[in-house]
Design a protein around this ligand. Sequence first.
Ligand SMILES: Nc1ncnc2c1ncn2[C@@H]1O[C@H](COP(=O)(O)OP(=O)(O)OP(=O)(O)O)[C@@H](O)[C@H]1O
Ligand SMILES: [Mg+2]
Length: 271
Amino acid sequence: MPPPAVPPKTPLPGVKHLIAIASGKGGVGKSTVAANLALALHMYGQRVGLMDADIYGPSVPMMFGLGMIDQTKTPFPVEKFGLKLMSMGFVVAADQAVIWRGPKVAQAVGAMLFQPPWGDLDFLIVDLPPGTGDAQLTLSQSAPLTGAIIVTQPAEVSLIDARKGVKMFEEVRVPILGIIENMSYLGLPDGTRLHPLGQGGGAKLAAEIGVPFLGEIPIDAQVSQCGDAGEPIVRKFPDHPISKSYLMLAQTVVNEMLKQPTNAALPDVEL
Ligand SMILES: Nc1ncnc2c1ncn2[C@@H]1O[C@H](COP(=O)(O)OP(=O)(O)OP(=O)(O)O)[C@@H](O)[C@H]1O
Ligand SMILES: [Mg+2]
């Protein structure tokens, strides 16, 4: 008997490149990279949306100085700093826990992606939660992802989880667009670089799986301070050396995208 037909991925009309920011590991800086990359792309004149697919621990509201949103007054997606934003944190209070089983998480991710009128976008960046769970699978199987960018830290322990993230995307046939290494080094005023979290892990992983190494972002207290204060560093201090790293990253991503088909509907597979 032939295998059952796999439903095609639902298109996102008007969205040229749908990119997931992922990592098997928690706390490596996915959300910070996603927010600063989205803003850096916007600073290069791209039309950009940012969807926060972290249902249990959304980060976009805090990083963009927003809280719960009254949809009757401010329609979704919410606009801030030139980006179009969606997050579970716009409908659930920051101190309220979402206690949902997998199917409901998958449903919420699908609703955030397909219901809001995103309009014409060059990039829709999706900030994924850690791990390889329901949010990742829903996105990979139902949406026409251009690909995933994996964020890792230089240490070997981060690479173990990053490899799991890579494996998951490979299994669902989503291309890995490249690796970003976050918290790569600490720059001292005299120009020397300290590597408190190890060295070279991101480049090593990129070489191992044969994808581009997209760049490294140093450690700097200003990155987290700006994120916590509701205005990511690349927007608040565009001339800061770290902001230059994000802008370079955005340029590399745009160049890599020129090599990719636009909003490609890749063949789906059953798990
Ligand atoms: N380059 C950096 N320098 C200093 N602090 C950073 C840097 N990148 C991220 N951070 C900080 O590290 C913490 C974790 O970052 P973030 O929330 O972006 O990680 P995450 O991978 O999205 O986490 P989660 O897995 O919980 O979603 C935050 O406090 C953030 O401000
Ligand atoms: Mg996050």
